[in-house]
Write a protein that binds this ligand. Structure first.
Ligand code: PLP
Length: 249
């Protein structure tokens, strides 16, 4: 590595470290306000649209839980890293990507159809592995968002997944409404938590321990409302190119 590249690496590491400390302090404060232990909240680094150098810097900063929106982008970026990581898919999964997803991710958080889960399961079986999944819920009613829209559909899918597959449903995921107003955001998170409490009552045998909610703009409200995993991109790595908002490259 030449001198300039080494200096850039140091500066990237310092920037990420500073943001990481600030984010951790905010998570701790939010957890404290809600009377929750800060250790109950896992921090996921969302690296979509950021280059592999950012993943490597995050690794040096101690992060081990990562999220990507697109299967192929994740395959390319995460091949042969120096440390093992836990990599989750958080963007919509198309059925024709199920095979690559089954061999790339430790968890798919964005299951919103029974058929997608069954496709994923087929390739997990073929590879002799099992996988954790989350069910994505549309808590905002926004048309542009994916996720189950009705509790009935979600329950039907959960029953199919539970009885037919070697996928383990670990909980729920949502993306909060696209607004800066605090009330609708908080209502969406409360809705997800209440739904997860109903599921836990109904399926006491399932390890439903994960509530994935909260992004850079709304993670404190999510932690206050019970998030066990927050997904942060810009708060850790700075802004993405505008076209990258939906994971485009
Ligand atoms: C991009 C993305 C995130 C991270 O968004 P930031 O606002 O950059 O923190 C989290 N979850 C999902 C599903 C995403 O697509």
């Amino acid at each position: 590595m030449n001198g300039i590249a080494a200096a850039m690496e140091v500066s990237l590491d310092r920037q990420i470290q500073a943001r990481l400390e600030a984010v951790r302090a905010r998570i701790e404060a939010a957890a404290r306000r809600a009377g929750r232990p800060a250790g109950a909240v896992r921090l996921m680094a969302v690296t979509k649209t950021f280059p592999r150098a950012v993943v490597e810097a995050a690794l040096r900063g101690g992060l081990r839980l990562f999220g990507e929106n697109r299967v192929q982008e994740a395959v390319d970026k995460y091949r042969g890293l120096p440390e093992p990581v836990e990599l989750h898919l958080i963007g919509h999964l198309q059925r024709n990507k199920a095979k690559a997803a089954a061999s790339t991710f430790t968890c798919v958080q964005s299951i919103d159809k029974l058929e997608t889960a069954l496709a994923l399961d087929r390739f997990c079986r073929a590879g002799g592995r099992s996988m954790d999944i989350l069910l994505e819920v549309n808590t905002s009613g926004e048309e542009s968002k994916s996720g189950f829209r009705s509790e009935g559909d979600l329950l039907a899918a959960l029953d199919g997944i539970r009885s037919e597959t070697r996928l383990t449903v670990r909980g729920l995921m949502t993306v909060g409404p696209f607004t800066r107003e605090p009330d609708p955001i908080r209502r969406a998170f409360v809705r997800l938590r209440e739904l997860s409490e109903r599921l836990r009552g109904r399926y006491p045998d399932l390890p439903l321990d994960t509530l994935s909610m909260g992004m850079s703009g709304d993670f404190e409200a999510a932690v206050e409302e019970g998030a066990t995993l927050v997904r942060l991109g810009t708060a850790l790595f700075g802004s993405r190119p505008a076209a990258g908002e939906e994971g485009m490259r």
